[in-house]
Ligand binder design. Structure first.
Ligand SMILES: O=C(O)CCC(=O)C(=O)O
Length: 395
């Protein structure tokens, strides 16, 4: 982590573009994008997208928000050109499908390996949007590309991401957000995401650890609970929805939203990048999973400028520390909750206001409860426990 901070300082001092430096200075002191809107435009001067009140309400009500064509064909080309190189590496961060080890499923930590994906992880069109919704600075908890190969891509069982982040990583509250960026057109046939609208409001749902049906174990929500949730969400009339659309589109979804996807037996690949962004005040407390899956640098993301994907003049300043071999440290895991001393080292981010302080106090209490009551031991009557409501009030 110290190394990462050094990289960032290097980046700040060396960057020749004064506009970028000015932007970085500003970002050290502001959260969200609300203060600098250009009223003629849905984008502010730094490229952050402005959400309307209706969109924010829709997000809170359904747990997701679809934004069409946020990235251009030219920007997508820069990202897509990286995929063969990323998936061809023989490293633990590449996971293949269960039934055929030659078919790639997921590439983790792409933003520490590839410059275009490093830029995407700091892109204002994404980061400032989520900062606004979570009302905090963010760090990257997880970054991955799910491939879903034509004819071969396998299922993702019904689950909530926060269930894993809580139980494996001890992320204190659900103040974290998934952002899916379509690298390919996503249609009804190539294994789109499936959401149960409103299911994020149930908090963390009892689930079983599924190590058998796919190559990447997850906490799978049982069929009976899924049936109930789908009925509650409208059954055949909207109880399951699939955001589909052209490459470059973006879907934000709440970390508690129940979701899945089925196999891809269409002739079309379906690459989607997922940034899982966590509020810096809500960082994980346990390093039980390797660092390429659950990241350990909690420094706030500093955005680049809106044209960063197409601007190769900044490439020298973009650090990709895992571009060569994955360091052994990224494989080290620990079962214990990180010590106070370690916490001091990672808590270098500024605390923004008192409300956040009280949020982190509540959060610690939640961790204790969960240690004593593993979710998979809850009775069916207790299957829903609401861990945190802060996201519903954040905006
Ligand atoms: O890419 C997909 O189809 C689903 C991915 C997913 O559910 C996840 O990564 O949590």
């Amino acid at each position: 982590m110290l190394e990462d901070t050094a990289h960032r300082l290097d980046f700040l001092s060396l960057d020749p573009i004064s506009k970028l430096e000015e932007e970085h200075e500003k970002q050290k002191t502001t959260v969200g994008a609300g203060s600098s809107w250009d009223d003629d435009n849905d984008y502010d001067i730094h490229g952050a997208i402005r959400l309307t009140d209706e969109q924010i309400d829709e997000f809170h009500s359904t747990g997701y928000l679809y934004l069409p064509e946020v990235f251009t064909a030219e920007e997508l080309r820069v990202l897509n050109d990286e995929l063969p190189g990323l998936f061809s590496r023989s490293e633990p961060y590449n996971i293949s499908e269960l039934s055929n080890s030659k078919i790639p499923r997921t590439n983790f930590a792409s933003h520490l390996i590839s410059k275009p994906f490093a830029k995407l992880s700091r892109h204002p069109r994404i980061i400032r949007l989520v900062e606004t919704l979570l009302n905090d600075k963010l760090y990257v908890h997880q970054f991955k590309i799910n491939k879903k190969t034509a004819f071969e891509g396998e299922v993702w069982q019904w689950h909530q991401d926060y269930s894993t982040w809580l139980q494996e990583d001890m992320m204190s509250t659900n103040r974290a957000m998934n952002v899916a960026i379509f690298l390919d057109d996503v249609n009804h046939y190539n294994g789109p995401l499936m959401f149960i609208p409103g299911s994020h409001k149930e908090g963390v749902i009892s689930a079983d650890y599924d190590t058998k049906t796919t190559s990447y174990p997850i906490w799978k929500v049982g069929n009976d609970v899924i049936s109930q949730l789908v009925d509650r969400a409208g059954g055949k009339q909207g109880g399951i929805v699939s955001p589909i659309g052209p490459a470059g589109s973006v879907v934000l979804f709440h970390s508690c939203l129940v979701h899945s996807s089925s196999t891809n037996i269409s002739p079309w690949d379906r690459n989607i990048v997922y940034l899982s962004l966590c509020a810096t005040s809500n960082h994980i407390r346990r390093f039980k999973r390797p660092e390429y899956i659950a990241h350990r640098s909690f420094d706030p993301i500093i955005c680049l400028l809106d044209d960063c994907l197409l601007d190769s003049t900044i490439d020298e300043q973009i650090s990709v520390p895992w571009e060569g071999k994955l360091p052994d440290s990224a494989l080290e895991v620990k079962n214990d909750i990180i010590s106070d001393e370690d916490m001091q080292k990672v808590k270098e981010y500024p605390v923004h206001d008192e409300e956040e302080l009280s949020t982190s106090c509540c959060a610690e209490a939640v961790v204790v409860v969960v240690v004593e009551n593993p979710l998979n031991q809850l009775s069916i009557d207790d299957q829903y426990i609401v861990v945190d409501e802060t996201m519903n009030t954040a905006s």
